[in-house]
Design a protein around this ligand. Structure first.
Ligand code: JHZ
Length: 414
């Protein structure tokens, strides 16, 4: 049987063994490991959750890797359940089509295509599309929607199969997926096989600078093997004659970067924005242990302050529930050891999650409509990346004097 967890001994980008561990969130179940009622008394697998930084290329990465078969074969993250993400992918597709003048003869391949949401906007413009995703459940949904999807992990083998059957791609996209992949060399080799000479590899990921500046520690979880800044990515791409030619800052998932990567021999030359971002990273001293130790100190302070606030509210007889059964929410709950004695229940919009219980903390999950007939004193916003959308949705709850507790970027009650 394949090992379910392995310790990281060398940096996945540069191979250095100089890995400096700076924060441990303890042992906890995988963050999307929601459980059924009948499984509540069964043992759950706990895995270490901790991060280190490579002191050679400065890639921040997990200290242990859980098998992707366990995490991604049946996947519950579905971006089309959020207006914010659907709007985001629509504008992303429109921007790419306009910027690179895509037309009906061009092929766009999306790595980690999930339920086909992003590709559906390219397809709507008569552009040829193909998804690649390892999750059986999401590939089936995407194919049913008419977005042709290969149910597999992307890499050299899949790239060669696509090139043989469909030809080369003008654009390969990868949104919120590169951070989930251990073998980044296989991905880059696959991109080089699949991409046209003047093609673009467009990657979007939560930006590590936002993570530490906004204390987004709950974005650290078993699915996210890497926490990217630009310097280590430049190191990775140059190994494969690829380079970042442009960058766009986008607000999703607490602050992300959309980077545009091409072959060094293409006509594209790096824009000044690339240099600006790299300079900003060196000013932020991402190549100093002190930067990471300081972040770890802030994380421990947030846990201390949140736990004492909730304890105080419970002692006052207040009722507290959670909003958004997000993977990041499960990290926060397990790290702060918050179970149903503190958080009575969680509401969530995803049908698959409703009726289940959170991993490790066993808090019941209900549809959002529960808040129409119930007015707990406080709602702990676990899906803070959708704060605007959720606060807009819950005007009536707030009119009934309900209040939201929001932890990121700082602890506050709204
Ligand atoms: P969600 C995601 O992780 C996905 P997660 C992924 N792991 C990733 O890389 C990071 O972001 C960057 C609910 N909700 O998926 C739906 C409502 O209930 O954004 C979700 O269960 N009502 C690939 O899982 C959860 O919140 C709403 O109105 O940490 C959000 O989880 C909305 C908008 C969402 O984060």
């Amino acid at each position: 049987m394949k090992k379910t967890i392995q310790k990281v001994k060398v940096c996945r980008i540069c191979g250095s063994s100089k890995l400096y561990p700076f924060l441990s969130l303890g042992k906890m179940p995988i963050p999307n490991g929601f459980i059924q009622k009948e499984e509540l008394n069964m043992a759950e697998r706990y895995y270490p959750l901790a991060v280190c930084v490579c002191e050679n290329c400065w890639l921040v990465q997990l200290t242990h890797i859980v098998s992707p078969e366990i995490m991604f074969r049946n996947y519950v993250y579905i971006p089309s359940t959020s207006v914010t993400m659907v709007d985001h992918f629509r504008s992303m597709a429109n921007a790419i089509v306009d910027k690179y003048k895509l037309n009906g003869s061009d092929l766009v391949v999306d790595v980690g295509s999930n339920d086909g949401t992003l590709l559906s906007f390219f397809k709507g413009k008569e552009i040829k599309v193909l998804g690649v995703d390892p999750s059986e459940n999401l590939s089936a949904i995407s194919n049913l929607k008419g977005i042709e999807t290969m149910n597999n992990f992307f890499g050299i083998e899949v790239a060669e199969k696509i090139r043989k059957e469909k030809g080369k791609a003008k654009v390969v996209t990868a949104t919120n997926v590169l951070a989930h992949i251990h073998d980044l060399d296989d991905i880059c080799k696959g991109v080089n096989i699949l991409l046209e000479n003047e093609g673009l590899f467009i990657v979007e990921f939560p930006y590590f600078l936002d993570l530490i500046d906004k204390n987004e520690f709950d974005s650290i979880y078993h699915e996210h093997l890497s926490y990217f800044s630009l310097k280590p990515l430049c190191y990775l791409f140059q190994k494969y004659n690829l380079h970042i030619i442009d960058i766009k800052k986008v607000p999703v998932h607490g602050g992300s970067l959309r980077i545009f990567v091409s072959n060094v021999k293409s006509r594209y030359k790096p824009s000044l924005r690339v240099k600006d971002f790299l300079e900003r990273e060196s000013l932020r001293k991402l190549n100093r242990r002190s930067t990471y130790n300081e972040f770890a100190r802030r994380v421990k302070a947030i846990r201390r302050d949140l736990v004492s606030l909730l304890k105080r509210l419970k002692l006052q007889g207040k009722r507290i529930v959670g909003y958004g059964a997000a993977a990041k929410g499960n990290v926060l709950l397990n790290y702060c050891k918050l179970d149903s004695h503190t958080i009575e229940y969680i509401v969530d919009s995803i049908p698959y999650k409703q009726g289940k219980f959170t991993p490790g903390t066993h808090i019941p999950i209900y549809p959002e409509t529960r808040l129409e007939n119930d007015t707990p004193d406080y709602v702990l916003l676990l899906a803070w990346n959708f704060a605007d959308e959720i606060l807009r949705k819950q005007v009536k709850y707030r009119e009934r004097d309900g209040e939201f507790i929001i932890t990121i970027p700082y602890l506050r009650i709204e």
